[in-house]
Design a protein around this ligand. Structure first.
Ligand SMILES: *[C@@H]1O[C@H](CO)[C@@H](O)[C@H](O)[C@H]1NC(C)=O
Ligand SMILES: *[C@@H]1O[C@H](CO)[C@@H](O)[C@H](O)[C@H]1NC(C)=O
Ligand SMILES: *[C@@H]1O[C@H](CO)[C@@H](O)[C@H](O)[C@H]1NC(C)=O
Ligand SMILES: *[C@@H]1O[C@H](CO)[C@@H](O)[C@H](O)[C@H]1NC(C)=O
Ligand SMILES: *[C@@H]1O[C@H](CO)[C@@H](O)[C@H](O)[C@H]1NC(C)=O
Ligand SMILES: *[C@@H]1O[C@H](CO)[C@@H](O)[C@H](O)[C@H]1NC(C)=O
Length: 383
């Protein structure tokens, strides 16, 4: 959720960059109009002071860098004298100039205004940016990053995959639309920034990276919707007995500040980290689920997501549910497929819920492990 694709043909690449900074917001009025269905209301871009003073403008690194050949007139062919005078400086002059643009400068049009000399399409791009992005309540890079005024918000996304966060372009010398080539791509991964070419990259990598398509800064924007106290739980994505569960209750969360759990990960285990707030707005709930290594394209079909959503809905609808959110203490099998053979113990895993029940056609031990016939007991513990 929460991202839009800024796709400009002449760049032959898509830039997933929205929203780009927690320091830039649209007017609340605009958000209100959006929810009341009154579109087309012009609004101002509002970035606070911190946006301009922070390096890289609230994004892990420079979003777009462009290498343009140095334009030289009479100096294009330096005299022998100049060369011998100062060979270093004339060699420096021959280097292409690097123009760098922060995420804000891309979204506010500075990039396209600057490259007008190199790109005949720039005027059309500025027009597109104004019409389809800045003037559009959904795609606008600065909207709508307030919590939607609805009862339950569940924000679910994958994290910690290698994700693109910056691009280097150079003019190719060919006519539009092939006039730009990508010369390098910057990725965020494992708390560092890497480039495809191997060059070192400066910036501020986050503690997590994105879902392989959308950067963590964009995905995690909804963490700002959590209130001043947040319950954080980290549990394995697979079925588990609760022994590898980490919880931090009522963690302080200052609005606008990072909320990063002080929790660990065992190697080779994929976790789901739940951030939950059922207090800050009476009767309303906000939850953020971060799934390790969940891929952008597949996340909605992942069994763990389906299981968690199903349990949460089952819990919410149940008249006897006691807690605000479904418990995380235990995740047992819910379907026959979830029962499997435990080779180390030479029996079906989760013996409380699964039993060995051979049926004609089973081709391995795991297939014969089936749920016991007591779904009431099975679900009671999730209330
Ligand atoms: C040559 O150019 C370099 C870099 O611009 C400068 O540091 C150096 O002082 C120059 N040397 C002379 C002799 O002008
Ligand atoms: C990353 O996590 C460490 C500890 O887990 C914390 O000290 C640091 O502030 C975090 N950095 C960011 C950018 O969230
Ligand atoms: C990392 O992500 C968090 C959560 O969205 C955000 O608050 C924080 O500013 C980011 N840190 C950096 C260094 O970009
Ligand atoms: C993180 O947790 C460890 C132990 O659980 C504790 O020693 C450490 O002080 C904590 N760090 C922060 C920044 O809270
Ligand atoms: C955290 O969990 C406890 C126990 O379930 C609950 O009482 C409390 O309201 C929760 N805190 C928040 C911020 O939702
Ligand atoms: C499961 O329960 C149903 C009805 O409640 C019954 O017909 C069936 O035989 C039971 N199966 C087993 C394996 O106990």
């Amino acid at each position: 959720m929460g991202t839009a694709r800024l796709m400009f043909n002449s760049f032959a690449a898509s830039l997933w960059l929205l929203p780009f900074s927690e320091y830039c917001k649209a007017d609340n009025i605009y958000w209100k109009h959006f929810f009341e269905g009154k579109g087309g209301y012009p609004h101002r871009q509002q970035c606070d002071e911190r946006e301009y003073t922070s390096e890289y403008s609230g994004w892990p690194t420079t979003l777009v860098s462009i290498e343009v050949p140095t334009v030289r007139g009479m100096d294009a062919y330096p005299s022998i004298m100049d060369l011998t005078d100062n060979i270093t400086s004339s060699m420096e002059c021959g280097k292409p100039t690097l123009l760098s643009f922060s995420a804000r400068e891309v979204s506010d049009g500075t990039l396209f205004k600057t490259i007008q000399d190199y790109d005949p399409q720039s005027k059309a791009l500025i027009h597109q940016l104004e019409k389809y992005y800045q003037g559009d309540p959904v795609l606008n890079p600065l909207t709508p990053w307030e919590r939607p005024p609805i009862k339950n918000v569940f924000c679910i996304y994958g994290i910690d995959s290698k994700t693109e966060v910056g691009y280097y372009f150079a003019p190719s010398g060919k006519p539009y639309p092939d006039n730009w080539i990508i010369t390098d791509v910057i990725y965020e991964f494992e708390r560092s920034l890497l480039s495809r070419s191997g060059h070192s990259v400066s910036g501020k990598p986050n503690n997590s990276s994105g879902d392989g398509t959308v950067s963590y800064n964009s995905l995690s924007m909804c963490k700002h919707w959590l209130g001043p106290k947040v319950n954080i739980t980290r549990a394995p994505q697979a079925e588990h007995d609760g022994s590898d569960l980490q919880t931090s209750m009522n963690v302080e969360h200052n609005h606008g500040q990072d909320l990063f759990p002080n929790m660990t990960r065992a190697p080779h285990v994929k976790y789901i980290t739940y951030f939950e707030d059922a207090e800050s707005i009476p009767g309303w709930r906000t939850a953020v689920w971060e799934l390790d290594k969940a891929n952008h394209r597949n996340i909605v079909r992942m069994p763990v997501v389906m299981r968690e959503l199903w349990l949460e809905m089952w819990h919410d609808m149940h008249p006897y549910s006691k807690s605000k959110f479904v418990t995380k203490a235990f995740r047992g099998p819910l379907r026959h497929e979830d029962c499997h053979w435990d080779y180390s113990k030479a029996r079906c895993a989760f013996p409380e819920f699964c039993e060995y029940r051979y049926t004609f056609g089973d081709v391995h031990l795991g297939m014969s492990c089936r749920l016991k016939n007591s779904s009431t007991k099975l679900l009671r513990q999730y209330l």
